[in-house]
Design a protein around this ligand. Structure first.
Ligand code: EPU
Length: 414
């Protein structure tokens, strides 16, 4: 077939240059698409050559293998912010809410009489996530400001349900427009069908992992000021800087400062963000963890059926720090001395180095605390049955299930 002349196809492209961990061999082909319509063509190209396909954004949460990728990498370069709906500030239905601060604390009945000013915005999946956050935050809309400076593209955000400082993409995403590679058709998927949980969605889990190429994302945001209680480290920053008036821009600035202080900029220092996930426990394991002196954070949550439950969370950063791993070097990877969840690639060049580093770090935590760590970034490999048997993918599947702690720290907990 004849391919769109604007679709850029490159051969033999080094994945170490397309991923922020800077590891990995070559991909056979790289196709960058700038228009949603090109997605079907890119797939036809791969099908004609009988090659597997992998979708990539900025490569900020992905790790390439030494063997590279024997197929076609499709990179999302679809840009644009399209405002689908914006209730205006001078609209009579909104004016009471925006005219005074106290209107932010309306009773539910009043709130329904005066619906909050909202923005429904469709964003090209290839836009840089933080450019989107900046755009809406500047307009005074709240919902994503705590996720300022998370590296990556907008299309990658729903895949692992990115989150930071108390916000998650699942809270504001309305739907995505995607290409369904199984049925070869364009589809719209509502957020309610994405099975969101901590770092988990249909896009990275189970049989649907890798099936959809996200083209655009639509968010609904509210014009309002963020309200406390804020996430601990954010609140500490606000207290230390005597900040008592909170706007989306104020929170964006605070989060940006905290991140700049603690998290390496992947454009300059190779890493894949948090390398390990935080750990969620069931009630009895949480009690055992506390008996071992591990701090467990308890939060009341509501499940999909509206039932409330207690979530028990252990900060993996705390485990790494208290296992004495902070700042230590393992096979070319340094456990960051500022945020222990981050592994910095100082001098490693192979997946073997990473595997050894991961094994040694995990063993030290298991030995001391009896908890098993799970890798957060995903490997670039074909989405086949073989992949779903891979421990990494299996652990993704289980990510919303509680980790189990053993009575004896030196026992495996899974
Ligand atoms: N902690 C330590 N030592 C450390 C790091 C953390 O003791 O070296 C403990 C502290 O108690 C701290 C708590 O862990 O109060 C939480 O730490 P922090 O706020 O730094 O967040 P995190 O759990 O390390 C998660 C996300 C980050 C996100 C931050 C902020 C995951 C895997 N990581 O990290 O996301 O920016 O919260 O909300 O959930 C990413 O996913 O790549 C990422 C950077």
């Amino acid at each position: 077939m004849l391919y769109n002349i604007y679709m850029i196809i490159r051969e033999n492209v080094k994945l170490s240059e397309l991923t922020t961990m800077r590891l990995g061999g070559p991909a056979d082909f790289l196709i960058e698409i700038e228009d949603p319509n090109e997605c079907a063509e890119a797939f036809e190209f791969a099908e004609e050559k009988n090659l597997p396909v992998y979708f990539l954004g900025l490569g900020a949460n992905t790790i390439a293998l030494d063997s590279g990728f024997p197929g076609v990498i499709i990179k999302n370069n679809i840009k644009g912010f399209k405002i689908l709906e914006e209730s205006s500030a001078d609209s009579p239905k909104n004016s009471p809410r925006t005219s005074s601060k106290s209107s932010d604390k309306q009773s539910p009945s009043k709130a329904s009489k005066y619906p909050p000013e909202t923005l429904l915005i469709e964003v090209g999946g290839g836009e840089i996530w933080d450019d989107f956050v900046e755009f809406v935050t500047k307009k005074g809309f709240s919902g994503v400001e705590a996720m300022s400076k998370i590296p990556g593209t907008v299309a990658a955000a729903p895949v692992q349900n990115i989150g930071a400082y108390g916000q998650e993409v699942s809270q504001t995403l309305v739907s995505v427009e995607a290409f369904d590679s199984l049925l070869d058709e364009y589809v719209e998927i509502p957020a309610s069908e994405m099975d969101f949980a901590y770092r988990h969605s249909i896009f990275n889990s189970g049989e649907t992992a890798g099936r959809y190429f996200i083209l655009t994302c639509t968010f609904r945001l509210e014009k309002k000021n963020p309200e406390p209680p804020f996430y601990n480290s954010l609140q500490s920053y606000l207290d230390a800087h005597k900040i008592t008036s909170f706007t989306p821009e104020v929170i964006r600035h605070a989060v940006s400062e905290i991140r700049a202080e603690k998290l390496p900029d992947p454009a300059e220092i190779p890493s894949a963000g948090s390398f390990f996930k935080n750990i969620y426990l069931d009630k009895s394991s949480a009690r055992l963890a506390e008996e071992k002196g591990i701090p467990v954070r308890k939060t009341e949550k509501t499940d999909k059926s509206g039932k409330s439950f207690i979530e028990y969370k252990v900060n993996t950063g705390w485990l790494l720090e208290n296992a004495g791993l902070k700042g230590k070097l393992f096979h070319g990877f340094r456990v960051s001395d500022k945020a222990a969840l981050i592994l910095i690639n100082e001098s490693a060049s192979s997946e073997n180095d990473l595997e050894l580093a991961k094994q040694e770090i995990s063993a030290a935590v298991r030995e001391k605390f009896g908890l098993t760590l799970e890798q957060e970034p995903v490997f670039i490999k074909p989405h086949t049955e073989e992949t779903s048997e891979n421990p990494e993918t299996t652990s993704e599947k289980k990510s919303s299930e509680p980790n189990k702690i053993s009575k004896n720290s030196s026992e495996r907990n899974s």
